[in-house]
Design a protein around this ligand. Structure first.
Ligand code: NAD
Length: 287
């Protein structure tokens, strides 16, 4: 029996790209899948049922179980309807893959409040709304799995993606806290920063690079993070092109001042303060 067999899993943005790959794999492994997709363009404009319906048809043709959902993750009402689809169709919700996403790239100098809002609403609010709708079910059944799609753009920054990077690292902060609050309820929450050839990356890398990044390389890791046996929580993985790496925050051993230092003293010790040659895993000093 596979670690996801019989589980009801919601995958947002599963009408294409990575989400479709996750849905196909999970259904093959015996999960019951809600294929959610608004069906719009890469910038979030438009919508329709064809994308989600197409993936559901593929899954059913292969003998799997799936149901379509066309609601937007970006609103509370939409997200609640997505989770309700799982509960009404499969009688439960055991896992959420918060994968829906859009792009509105521009340099920070040119980023409009509208483009900022649109990106934050789909990625960060989308993650919040959908996970929040599933959370009471997770607590009640003492089981839940959350995987959010983060990005190396958020972990490290990327020119032209201030809105996207902020949203993506926001999701890591969310997962860090869900891991702590969910622990006693058997809930595990983790993040995957994928690297894959999809419509989102179609024009940002040359074809010979994209050819090395099939979405199928990412799906098994996301699948593992949804399994019953998973014990990890609050972890971040960069996955693509056949490489699976864990990413974590580290801090150096620091410089201690017994009295508030002058700015001049801070400047004098700056090389020591910024030195990363001796690092330890980051822990919340107040936690
Ligand atoms: P994609 O554009 O193929 O998939 C995103 C899907 O989300 C689309 O099918 C889209 O219709 C859907 N969507 C958009 N807004 C929605 C909304 N409001 N409600 C429901 N669905 C909505 O791109 P992808 O590359 O497969 O991206 C999947 C996720 O992985 C995204 O969160 C993306 O930011 C992240 N990611 C991808 C890469 C990569 O290399 N492809 C890198 C880093 C992060």
């Amino acid at each position: 029996m596979s670690g996801v067999e019989g589980r009801a899993i919601v995958i947002t943005g599963a009408g294409g790209g990575l989400g479709r790959e996750y849905a196909l794999l999970l259904a093959r492994e015996g999960a019951r899948v809600v294929v959610n997709d608004l069906g719009g363009a890469r910038d979030g404009s438009g919508g329709g049922s064809a994308m989600a319906d197409g993936v559901v048809a593929e899954i059913r043709a292969a003998g799997g179980e799936a149901v379509a959902s066309y609601d937007s993750v970006a609103t509370q009402v939409g997200a609640e309807a997505i989770v309700r689809t799982a509960v009404e169709t499969f009688g439960a919700v055991h896992g959420i893959v918060s994968n829906a996403g859009i792009l509105r790239d521009s340099s920070f100098a040119r980023t409009t409040p509208e483009d900022w809002d649109a990106v934050i609403k789909v990625h960060l609010y989308g993650g919040f709304h959908v996970i929040r709708a599933a959370w009471p079910y997770f607590r009640e059944q003492n089981f839940g799995r959350v995987v959010v799609a983060t990005s190396t753009s958020g972990l490290y920054g990327n020119f032209g993606q201030a809105n996207y990077a902020a949203a993506k690292l926001g999701l890591v902060g969310l997962v860090n806290t869900l891991a702590i609050e969910g622990e006693r309820y058997g809930i595990r929450a983790n993040a995957v920063a994928p690297l894959a050839a999809t419509r989102m990356t179609a024009d940002i890398a040359p074809p010979e690079v994209l050819d090395t990044l099939p979405a199928a390389q990412v799906a098994p890791v996301v699948g593992h993070l949804l399994t019953e046996e998973l014990t990890d929580s609050g972890a971040v993985f960069v996955v693509g092109g056949g490489l699976v790496r864990r990413v974590a925050l580290f801090q150096n051993s620091g410089v201690r001042f017994d009295e508030p230092p002058t700015m001049e003293i801070v400047a004098k010790r700056w090389a020591e303060i910024t030195d990363l040659s001796h690092v330890a895993r980051g822990v919340n000093p107040l936690g």
